[in-house]
Ligand binder design. Sequence first.
Ligand code: ADP
Ligand code: MG
Length: 179
Amino acid sequence: MIKSVDTFDFSQITLPDSLAKQSLLSCEFVKDKQNLILYGHPGTGKTHLATALGVEACKKDFRVIYFKTSKLVNLLAQARQNNVVAKFWKKLANTDLLILDELGYIPFERVGTQLLFEAISDCYEKRSVIITTNLPFDEWNTVFYDQKLTTAILDRIVHHGRLILHDGPSYRLHNSKMQ
Ligand code: ADP
Ligand code: MG
């Protein structure tokens, strides 16, 4: 779903002191090849904000790709089987911003984890990554299984990264007609 920053209520999230809203909206983080982690419970606007920032980046002529993380992992595992992974690396090399949505909902199998690691490593200092997740950092090993791999992934993302906290109530529940 295409989402817009105009319809996003920023009072529901906490930006780090070092990141002004205006700088976020003007996609300076993409220009500077920095990463964002959008962290919070379900329904707190992570996908909305990640998508809307992707749209803003497109408006500035940055090249953006979006994946649900589990879909990318499956796609990469399949591509490896069919010997066409190189095609994906080429596509990735041509982007400025990779959006990985919903890391943490489903654990990945091993081959997929390795390939996801390679994808994130490939972005390091070359292009920006936005990751949305409901998992605190100390539980990322439940998705990646391997503690060393988890540390290596976090190390790369966090080095030039900022954490945006989606710490408001679930927008879905709050606005539900079932209330
Ligand atoms: P998450 O990805 O964190 O589970 P979503 O981004 O899918 O949550 O948000 C769920 C719904 O609530 C979407 O329709 C989204 O547009 C809306 N929503 C959530 N947070 C906000 C917000 N801060 N401002 C405006 N809409 C929001
Ligand atoms: Mg989501």
